[in-house]
Design a protein around this ligand. Structure first.
Ligand code: RP5
Length: 163
C-alpha cells in the first residue's frame, strides 16, 4: 500500500476550514494519511479539473470536498474522477447552509456525490474511513471498535441518568 495520502480533503476556500477541520480530525484519529487543499470550482476551475483528473493516479482513494453557497465543487470534482466523492455542505452567513446542501445533493443521474449533513464534516471523515475499510481489514476493525465505543457511551449516559 502506498505511504502517500489516501484521502484528498479539499474545500472551495480557506474560510471553509473551521467546518472542514472535523473531517481531518476524524481521519487522523484512524491514522489515515490525507492531504488538504483549497480548490475552487469558480475561482480556480482548471486547478479543480487537474486535481480531479490526477487524484486517482496519485494514489488517492476517496475525495472529501466541502463548499458553501453555490457549492459546485463536489459535483464538478465527481464529474472528472472515478473516485468516490463525499460532499460537505458548508453553512455560510445566509440561508443556514440550505443553499450549500441543495447545490451538492441534487446531482444528475450517473454522477453521484455522497452528501453528508450541513456542516457534517466529521461524518465525511468517518465515511471515508468506512470506504477505505471495505478493502482494509485493520481499518474496518478500527471502525468496529469505534462503533462499540459509541454504543458504550450511550449505555454509560443511560446508566448515569438512571442513578
Ligand atoms: C465557496 O464560497 C467556498 O467554498 C466558500 O464556502 C464560499 C465563500 O468563499 P470566500 O469568499 O470566503 O473565499 O466557493
Amino acid at each position: 500500500m502506498s505511504a502517500g495520502p489516501r484521502v484528498g480533503l479539499i474545500m472551495g476556500s480557506d474560510s471553509d476550514w473551521p467546518t472542514m477541520e472535523a473531517a481531518a480530525e476524524a481521519l487522523a484519529e484512524f491514522g489515515v494519511p490525507f492531504e488538504v487543499g483549497v480548490v475552487s470550482a469558480h475561482r480556480t476551475p482548471q486547478r479543480m479539473l487537474d486535481y480531479a483528473k490526477d487524484a486517482a493516479g496519485r494514489g488517492i482513494s476517496v475525495i472529501i470536498a466541502g463548499a458553501g453557497g453555490a457549492a459546485h465543487l463536489p459535483g464538478m470534482v465527481a464529474s472528472a474522477t472515478p473516485l468516490p466523492v463525499i460532499g460537505v455542505p458548508v453553512p455560510l452567513k445566509y440561508l443556514d447552509g440550505m443553499d450549500s446542501l441543495l447545490s451538492i445533493v441534487q446531482m444528475p443521474a450517473g454522477v453521484p456525490v455522497a452528501t453528508v449533513s450541513i456542516g457534517g464534516a466529521r461524518n465525511a471523515g468517518l465515511l471515508a474511513v468506512r470506504i477505505l475499510g471495505a478493502s482494509d481489514p485493520s481499518l474496518q476493525t478500527a471502525m468496529t471498535s469505534f462503533q462499540a465505543g459509541l454504543e458504550q457511551m450511550v449505555l454509560d449516559k443511560d446508566e448515569n441518568l438512571r442513578r
